[in-house]
Write a protein that binds this ligand. Sequence first.
Ligand code: AHM
Ligand code: MG
Length: 347
Amino acid sequence: MPQVRFMTLARHIIEGEKKHPEATGELSKLLSDLSLAAKVISLEVNKAGLVDILGFTGDNNVHGEKVKKLDMFAHDMITRAMDHGGHLCVMASEEEEDIIHIPSRYKVGKYVLLFDPLDGSSNIDANISIGTIFSIYRRITPDGKPGQLEDCLQQGLNQVAAGYIVYGSSTIFVYTAGEGVHGFTLDPSFGEFLLSHENIRIPKKSTIYSINEGNYLYWHPGLKKYIKYLQEEDAKTGRPYSTRYVGSMVADIHRNLLYGGIFMYPADHRHPNGKLRLMYECNPMSFIIEAAGGRSTNGKQRILEIQPKKLHEKTPIFIGSEEDVLKVEEFMAKEEVSNEIYLSSIT
Ligand code: AHM
Ligand code: MG
């Protein structure tokens, strides 16, 4: 009988912590609680077409966008799965304006959880992959007290772990605790995440770009030139590149992580700070992509070094295969003067 690898997510996390004798096991428990929430959300997403859960709730989220019921389901599920474990002192979610306190009846712990409960939710009705994104920090305020906003507003560099779950043709849980990026596929028959992608490395250079090209008119001139460059023919550099854009950041980044690629959500005339949120989308994805050997910037600055000022702030992002991200930065830097004219024309 062939040797079958049977590494569950829970076992992998525990074995990772064993390498650090000072570890208390709290992070393992936190990630296990999160994986339980992911399993329930996965079930709900899979039956979304069958039950009357689709459609707008009629409410807007803090970004003024329509919120779908499944977003709120995922938000509630994660909050409820995570508030009582004793590992967290505070949480924040893309779907809630303020920080989420741990109810006073539960113990507070040393970690902070930030999450986007259901990213790409405009795709739900079409059965296109969507996902959950999360970020874990160590608290900076004193232990034993409720967590504060400042615990949430940390640079991405301080992340202890980050990950995402894609609800697609199968459900996959990808995480890093800083040492390697690993993927686990959910076996629906017995409900366990099993190691399927060990130590994922993103290719240094790719032939894929992901961007909403419909915004071309509003882009920075350097970015316009870069995209035109990608579309030119040059066998040596693998051009023209292919476009792949799902419109779910988790799905686009997951594909690019495996095959190589650059994902971009730039600033433009209509989105002066881009569209994606630093704390819930850009920081965790940057932590993962860097741990896999890739690069992530806002065009000028490393995403993980941005000092956040607000919980829901947005940032432009260029993320993926290192050489491709360096190339777009080079194109944008060449247009420095135009960039200033461009930025002043936005405001
Ligand atoms: P959401 O968090 O409200 O779902 O929005 C984020 C999504 C990303 O997943 C995706 O990359 C982006 O919005 C797509 O935006 P656009 O439709 O402007 O291309
Ligand atoms: Mg999102």
